[in-house]
Design a protein around this ligand. Structure first.
Ligand code: GLC
Length: 634
């Protein structure tokens, strides 16, 4: 059962696709403090609180505070309150009731989930203009299903989007791409897609191609598709470079498609291309126009995009830099003590993604003119939406699409990757936690930068990372410029990488079916143990996940570990995979175990009465034979 409650005048985010009438009686559910703009609710003893999609910390969010504020943030720590996406859905269960709360609110929103008071949930708004959707069902999964029906079907990628993909900031030119393909072939590493980061563009201008680096992108794209079944996926950023003669810039200016300041000037920020404007994707005309631009790359025969910097990310504004220069001028002859040092440090340190900059520009929406910060968290979602609306219009429903910034609603248009993680062991459990909560919030096409984006990756870290990434629908190895090369071929043990990445293709029929089922039945792709078992221990386990309801994975995420502790709520069959045809089977009774696993071994536990069908190894998804399967039963 879903009920909608409304306070104030709400911006229609179109996150929800059903029309639910407004009910009265909000006070029966929440305590409302209008002055503090706070809404709170009592949590039951030991109640679990899931949700909030991408946010840090465990699957159970209780005991900490979070913030919905889509932000380009390159360090994901336990105290990082906000990441790139806002997913304002909470699921309360495990102590009797099964309650879903969707907070349809596009601005900054603070959550205190049993942090200040163990048994209290408090939401603090900037403006009390919000819609709440309250869902009550018989089970946690029942709540999720009802919620997902409310927000509409999740995005489905083309089949090749479920293969292994290789990325790097950046493969700088055609030759580098061809060399990469050759090395992969020589080392028997299957691959379905290669990503082109911003350096494929001409001076970081969206939808352009640098001719020196990629003299004929269309020919390259076709050659790779035809000869190797490999797809190229270029990056598209949210910012449009200010440059005379650049058609996207000129059309945007001429037709008033960019976000403007109060005085009517186009809002100017500095991002990768230097001075840039942001398309007003909250405006129907501008969104349609920006969506159309994707055809320029489709004409180069690429058929996938990753959308980046769509928070939108702001490196700095000239206004703020001017203030900083002024301050330097003012104090240049003074002793830096007495607070000046701290002041300067603060001004410089907070120049990026500064909240005040997001208050400087406006959107011309069909619900009126709105200052950006009021609807900030919708920007990334609407940008992807514009792309998909265009693909639909031109009859293309086969495009791979995912972005960095997101909001519930965007799950209908594309997937996400979880941004600039690090080559840290702790980022393996982080993605496991994010995956469950993102699935709950509708995002099924999800993955992280396998091996970690920033910092140097080691062979053991990358191999252990496969313990989770072999199963994530989006399976991409991506790493930052200046870091150690991170392709599987960059390390010593190419053979094991080849065997393990090939396993992805053996699992593909299972992955594909599980994904389809999650889309069609509004359920999960990754299940936490607490959704499958009733015992108390299962509520605590957050480092083991079910992929669908048949197999449980137990990735190893500790440096130098030779195995790990595993909790089995029921009897299971352990499949210790080294490759498609090299694996052991061991039966385990329910209980607690320390299970060893060599660096090149992937642990998969199969449930009683279930089966896992494996396809024969293939070099890419199009070669996988879904009819020739080997079935492992328990
Ligand atoms: C951002 C993205 C990252 C990309 C880089 C350069 O940091 O998150 O994936 O490689 O920009 O485009």
């Amino acid at each position: 059962m879903v009920k909608r409650y409304s306070i104030g005048s709400v911006f229609k985010s179109e996150s929800v696709i059903e029309d639910i009438e407004v009910s009265s009686g909000l006070a029966d559910i929440f305590m409302l403090d209008e002055e503090k703009k706070e809404v709170s609710l009592k949590l039951l003893d030991d109640e679990l609180v899931y949700g909030l999609g991408e946010s840090v910390r465990g699957i159970n969010k209780r005991g900490w505070k979070y913030l919905s504020n889509n932000v380009d943030i390159p360090i994901h720590l336990e105290q990082t309150m906000a990441l790139y996406g806002s997913h304002n859905f909470l699921l309360l269960f495990g102590s009797g009731r099964n309650l879903g709360i969707f907070i349809d609110y596009p601005g900054y929103l603070n959550y205190d989930i049993g942090f200040s008071k163990r048994n209290e949930l408090t939401l603090t708004f900037t403006d009390l203009d919000v819609d709440f959707y309250i869902i009550e069902e018989d089970s946690a999964l029942g709540v999720v299903k009802r919620f997902r029906k409310l927000i509409g079907k999740s995005y489905e990628p083309p089949l090749w989007g479920l293969g292994y993909s290789q990325s790097r900031w950046s493969y700088n030119n055609e030759q580098e791409v061809l060399d990469l393909v050759k090395t992969f072939k020589e080392n028997n590493i299957p691959v379905d897609a290669i990503y082109l980061d911003i350096d494929h563009m001409e001076r970081f201008k969206d939808f352009t191609v640098n001719k020196q680096r990629f003299p004929d992108l269309k020919a390259l794209s076709n050659k790779l598709k035809k000869e190797e079944n490999i797809h190229l996926v270029p990056a598209v950023d949210a910012c449009v470079k200010v440059e005379e003669g650049y058609d996207v810039y000129e059309e945007g200016v001429k037709n008033n498609y960019f976000c403007k300041k109060e005085n009517g000037e186009n809002f100017l920020a500095h991002v990768w291309p230097g001075r840039a404007h942001f398309p007003d994707v909250l405006n129907d005309r501008a969104r349609k126009w920006f969506g159309k631009q994707f055809s320029k790359l489709l004409e180069q025969d690429v058929d996938g995009f990753w959308i980046d910097m769509n928070e939108p990310s702001i490196f700095y504004t000239e206004e703020r830099v001017k203030e900083i220069y002024q301050k330097f001028e003012e104090i240049k002859d003074k002793d830096l003590g007495g607070g000046y040092f701290a002041e300067i440090q603060d001004m410089v340190g907070t120049v990026q993604n500064r909240p005040a900059d997001y208050e400087m520009f406006y959107h011309e929406t069909n619900q009126g003119k709105i200052r950006h910060d009021k609807i900030h968290n919708l920007y990334g979602y609407y940008l992807l939406r514009g792309a998909t609306e265009h693909f639909k219009e031109i009859g293309r429903d086969d495009i791979l699409l995912f972005g960095r910034s997101s909001h519930i609603g965007m799950h209908r248009y594309g997937g996400i990757w979880t941004g600039d993680n690090h080559s840290w062991w702790s980022h393996i459990p982080l993605i496991m936690h994010q995956l469950v909560n993102l699935n709950i919030c509708g995002f099924l096409y999800v993955g992280c930068d396998t091996g970690g984006f920033a910092s140097d990756c080691s062979q053991d870290l990358l191999m252990r990372w496969l313990g989770i990434s072999l199963f994530t629908p989006l399976f991409r190895n991506h790493s930052a410029i200046y870091t150690r090369r991170q392709e599987p071929t960059a390390f010593e043990d190419n053979k094991s990488f080849s065997d393990l990445i090939s396993l992805r293709y053996a699992f593909l029929p299972y992955i594909y079916e599980t994904y389809k089922k999650a889309v069609n039945e509004d359920t999960l792709y990754f299940y936490p143990l607490s959704f499958i078992y009733d015992d108390e221990r299962s509520k605590e386990v957050e480092d083991q996940l079910f992929v669908g309801q048949s197999i449980m994975i137990t990735p190893i995420y500790k440096q130098n570990a030779k195995g790990r502790h595993v909790y089995l709520p029921e009897d299971m069959l352990l499949l210790r995979f080294r490759s498609y045809d090299d694996y052991d089977k061991e039966e385990y009774k329910a209980g607690d175990y320390y299970v060893s696993a060599k660096e090149n071994e992937i642990l998969v536990f199969l449930r009683k009465g279930h089966s896992l069908a494996l396809a024969k190894p293939a070099r890419n998804t199009s070669e996988v034979d879904f009819n020739d399967l080997k079935e492992i039963k328990f």
